[in-house]
Design a protein around this ligand. Structure first.
Ligand code: FE
Ligand code: FE
Ligand code: MG
Length: 163
């Protein structure tokens, strides 16, 4: 990171890196939860659910990539060992033990709601202090809001079908 680039950050850079690494762990776990969910999901609206879960997996992967890039730009190191994800995650991981559509989708809604809260808090933390991270997190939050809505729409359709 350039010296001027560092100078314009009005907070402890290590703190930003730590918060971004926690979100980075969340994104990998969210990626896997969606990815494996898309593989095992079954029941009503299976095809619709599978496509949405796959799409979201891809978007969580992109979030992980963007967070890693920002961590590196800030002079930090993205978590190198997957086992560390569990130590730092905010939102955890929910295994799709019950692979029916409603259950898998509901687990992911809960994950999204956690992510929304975390990113919304992160925005407050970096606002006016690290504008580049701020912009990145606002972009990610926008995706998470869309994810929650997409999943809740499927739950609504299941409800209408009486499933
Ligand atoms: Fe995400
Ligand atoms: Fe998401
Ligand atoms: Mg979607």
């Amino acid at each position: 990171m350039g010296t001027k680039a560092k100078e314009i950050i009005n907070m402890d850079v290590e703190e930003v890196i730590g918060l971004l690494n926690k979100a980075f762990a969340d994104e990998w776990l969210a990626f896997y939860q969606y990815w494996i969910g898309a593989k095992v999901v079954k029941g009503p609206l299976r095809g619709v659910a599978e496509r949405e879960l796959e799409e979201h997996a891809g978007e969580e992967f992109e979030h992980a990539e963007k967070l890693a890039e920002r961590i590196i730009t800030l002079g930090g190191e993205p978590i190198l060992k997957p086992e560390e994800w569990y130590n730092v995650t905010n939102c955890g991981y929910a295994a799709p033990d019950d692979p029916t559509t409603r259950s898998v989708i509901q687990q992911n809604v809960e994950g999204e709601q956690c992510a929304i809260e975390i990113y919304n808090n992160l925005i407050d933390t970096v606002k006016g202090k690290d504008e580049v991270t701020y912009k990145l997190i606002v972009d990610i939050l926008e995706d998470e809001l869309e994810h929650e809505e997409d999943l809740q729409n499927i739950l609504e359709d299941l409800e209408v079908m009486g499933k």
